[in-house]
Design a protein around this ligand. Sequence first.
Ligand code: SF4
Length: 176
Amino acid sequence: MTLPRLATAWLGGCSGCHMSFLDLDEHLIDLAGMVDLCYSPIMDIKEFPVAVDIALVEGAVANTDHLAQIRLIRSRTRILVAFGDCAVTGNVTALRNLFPLDDVLCRAYRDSDVVAGLPVGGDVPPLLDRVLRIEDVVPVDHFLPGCPPSAAVIFSFLKYLLAGRAPAAEGRRFGS
Ligand code: SF4
């Protein structure tokens, strides 16, 4: 039997949504019998694969790498899920939209002792003028809110989705 191919991806987020995914604990064993996990930050696969059935995408779209990545993910994925509040609304990642981009760059990069000297636009991908929700860039099929969504919610959502019972996105901000 061919299992549905599941991917998880991490854009502009804190990785807390993926930590919550790992909190599935013993349900990860259950999940392993329900899906073929083909791409994830918890795996050592560099390029997002083709023919993905379900992609959980954490984080907002904050820089040019994220922009290219979410477009690639969308083009290779049947069901795209905005995974967590940063993906759904911008949330914490979008707080920088309150400030001029140059102030953000100075505070986070140029004036930072930690990353002083890093060439912005070189090792660091250029930031977009504004942080975007995933649905600002590509169509989203389902929204899984929470900061982060709990492991129980993630597991229930995936079980419903795999059973073909999750709600359609039309007219809805949040799946349930
Ligand atoms: Fe982190 Fe919350 Fe954003 Fe998930 S939704 S990436 S936990 S800040």
